[in-house]
Design a protein around this ligand. Structure first.
Ligand code: GLA
Length: 442
């Protein structure tokens, strides 16, 4: 008899859950400095592009004034190289006084006044990757308190210059320390990226309990090669990674580089589409002051964002790699909808890919497909209807697929009633009664 409460307690505490700070129930969105602006601290010769409070204020203005915030891009995240080389007399981190003369608290107020949130960067270890003061185990509480006192809303905790044992202690400790501040602070852990990204070295159950998101793999660079390398790694390891994501806990394949120098328009659509399928954080690292209209249209594509932000929060999968070098990706969405991405890895010319929904295990029924990047709708699709999509080299066709009204009711246990057993993924998800979807999405 006495055991019962203990068992009950154990059951409660051992349940897998996301970090209990209530944050980031959908993947975080915003802007971060690293990929585009790196560790440029030369404000004398490059005042517009150096890591300084002006850069972050500029980006905040753009997010607030150019329609980004309304689309969900609400974080401005400071990456490495913001701090002074020395802690203050009380052992606290402090910003570089020349480049952040107003201090971080003032910058946070500037953002909050515009309905935005401020992210900051720290590193568990002796130094940050850029050589600035790191957060050693004895400094975790001080740094958490400092960030909270400045009004910071998000912390990326990198892992340069620490060993496995320090990481094992430090990442959970920081989670506790952030919670103890009483301020809701989203928490991104680079821990898995320093341990090869895969079990047994990485414990994703634990990560889901202590972090809101985590970098699993290498840094993104400004090239299509880099995007391909990252997506290949994530989808090659989808059996491991896909079940770990969910509301409040996300895999992070790194920043969106759309709007920089390395991607064509087609490749930019591909990055947006694949990040939406992966339920990845949509954190841009680009120059919002000089963005082309094509880049803006892709990043502000409503349907792509709605797919990324789907409330069910199930990460998608790669379904097929064809010999023709066409790949098919799929993500289940709420209201019985789903997203399909057809990606061409070819390097010759647009490819006519001939297929049907039944090939991706969609069950009998009547569907409509909204083409995310052309805005056209294809109706009257049944699972067996054969269709052809034209996919540009290194480009995508992305569809939002939803069942038409008056379709059969799902079976009681049917979680993804339009897709057969093979692709059912998480046992914790419940089927949502379908409604008519597209108008709210689009
Ligand atoms: C590491 C991280 C990057 C960036 C740099 C900063 O490489 O993975 O995202 O934060 O450090 O130095």
């Amino acid at each position: 008899m006495k055991l019962l409460p203990v068992i009950f307690l154990l059951a409660l505490t051992s349940a897998t859950s996301a970090l209990d700070n209530g944050l980031m129930r959908t993947p975080p969105m915003g802007w971060m400095s690293w990929e585009r602006f790196r560790c440029n601290i030369d404000c004398e010769n490059d005042p517009k592009n150096c890591i300084s409070e002006n850069l972050f204020r500029d980006m905040a203005d753009r997010l607030a004034e150019d329609g980004w915030k309304e689309m969900g891009y609400d974080h401005v995240m400071i990456d490495d190289c913001w701090s002074s080389m020395l802690r203050d007399k009380d052992g606290r981190l402090q910003p570089d006084p020349q480049r952040f003369p107003g201090g971080i608290a003032k910058l946070a107020r500037y953002l909050h006044d515009r309905g935005l949130k401020l992210g900051i960067y720290g590193d568990l270890g002796t130094h940050t990757c850029g050589g600035y003061p790191g957060t050693t185990l004895d400094k975790i509480e001080t740094d958490a308190q400092t960030f909270a006192s400045w009004g910071v809303d998000f912390l990326k905790l990198d892992g340069c210059y620490s060993n496995e044992e320090e990481q094992q202690k430090g990442y959970p400790l920081m989670s506790k320390a952030l919670n103890a501040t009483g301020r809701p602070i989203g928490y991104s852990c680079s821990w898995p990226a320093y341990r090869g990204g895969l079990p047994p070295s990485v414990n994703y159950t634990l990560l889901g309990e202590i972090c809101n998101l985590w970098r699993n793999y290498d840094d993104i660079q400004d090239s299509w090669d880099s995007v391909q390398d990252i997506t290949d790694w994530f989808f090659d390891n989808q059996e491991t990674l896909q079940p770990e994501a969910g509301p409040g806990r996300w895999n992070d394949p790194d920043m969106l580089i759309i709007g920089n120098f390395g991607l064509s328009v087609d490749q930019s659509r591909s990055q947006m589409a694949l990040w939406a399928i992966m339920a990845a954080p949509l954190i841009m690292s680009n120059d919002l002051r000089t963005l082309s209209s094509e880049a803006r249209a892709i990043l502000q594509n409503r349907a792509a964002i709605a797919i990324n932000q789907d409330p069910m929060g199930v990460q998608g999968r790669r379904l097929l790699q064809e010999r023709s070098q066409i790949e098919v990706y799929w993500r289940p969405l709420s209201q019985s909808a789903s997203a399909l991405v057809f990606l061409s890895r070819r390097q010759d010319m647009p490819y006519r890919y001939h297929t049907s929904l039944a090939k991706f295990n969609y069950t009998a029924g009547s569907y409509e497909a909204y083409d995310v990047f052309t805005g056209k709708t294809l109706s009257g699709l049944s699972a067996n209807t054969e269709f052809t999509v034209f996919i540009n080299p290194s480009g995508v066709v992305m569809w939002y697929v939803y069942p038409k009204m008056h379709y059969e009711q799902p079976q009681d246990d049917g979680r993804y009633p339009y897709v057969r057993q093979k692709y059912r993924m998480s046992s914790s998800l419940r089927f949502h009664k379908p409604r008519v979807v597209p108008p709210s999405l689009l």
